[in-house]
Ligand binder design. Structure first.
Ligand code: AP5
Length: 221
């Protein structure tokens, strides 16, 4: 199954993508995670991306699209994938369509996580991430057993630089200006499915499960 998870910052795309990826045994491809890793390891892509990410701006289309095109060539994508955080501009969406056409594949669904700006802000301001394994927590909604410590690996939890208030405001503006139009783009292709991102983690997953249950599994073989 070839899926895109679309929605504003903090909508819960990454949280749900992890579970769906395990359930369907397809890779979760998060451009945010790939770019953060590039910055962390000081790679050439990381140097180019860093200043944009710090300001909550989009990294230029050419850089991000190249990353995704290369990633989609890897063998683990043969049964499908979840793209989380890509595409984010019309240009990225068109490039993805062209790339998939070349390999005679098409997207199955774009899941839009409809979420209010207030909810995005509450989620992002409380998010804490494990420095070692990348697991996500929330100060109120998804607390670790021991404050500041990852349940899974014991790593230190920290706040992402771009989750601080000023940058979050800008990320939401950037989403409205550059990404929101993709909802109509995919609606017009007849592959958009909307879930309510404002619900709690289990409720969102239930909505997704109902949707997937209704799909004919044979279609994706
Ligand atoms: P990226 O990492 O993709 O950030 P984002 O899209 O803003 O997404 P987030 O990770 O913030 O939110 P999410 O929807 O995944 O929410 P999550 O599940 O983590 O991008 C970062 C930057 O990289 C961009 O600003 C840009 O600079 C660059 N970039 C990336 N892709 C790019 C592209 N294609 N083009 C150009 N530039 C690009 O959840 C958030 C919090 O809420 C967590 O604490 C979680 O525990 C909690 N939570 C989740 N779901 C629920 C729920 N249902 N109820 C309660 N709490 C919940």
């Amino acid at each position: 199954m070839r899926l895109i998870f679309l929605g504003p910052p903090g909508a819960g795309k990454g949280t749900q993508a992890k579970v769906v990826s395990e359930r369907f045994n397809i890779p979760h491809i998060s451009t945010g995670d790939i770019l953060r890793e590039a910055v962390r390891t000081n790679s050439p892509v990381g140097w180019q991306a860093k200043s944009y990410m710090e300001k909550g701006e989009l990294v230029p289309d050419e850089i991000v699209t190249k990353i995704v095109v290369e990633r989609l060539k890897m063998p683990d994508t043969s049964n499908g994938f979840i793209l989380d955080g890509f595409p984010r501009t019309k240009q990225q969406a068109v490039s993805l369509d062209e790339e998939l056409k070349k390999i005679k594949k098409a997207l199955d669904y774009v899941i839009y996580f409809k979420t209010s700006p207030q909810m995005s802000i509450a989620r992002l301001s409380g998010r804490r991430v494990c420095r070692s394994c990348g697991a996500n927590y929330h100060l109120v909604n998804i607390k670790p057993k021991k404050e500041g410590v990852c349940d899974l690996c014991g790593g230190e939890l920290y706040q992402r630089e771009d989750d601080k208030e000023k940058t979050v405001e800008n990320r939401l503006k950037v989403y409205q200006l550059q990404t929101r139009d993709l909802i109509d783009y995919y609606k017009s292709k007849g592959i958009l499915e909307t879930v309510s991102g404002d619900l709690n983690v289990e409720e969102v997953f239930d909505e997704l499960s109902k949707f997937f249950k209704n799909i004919d599994a044979h279609r994706f073989k």
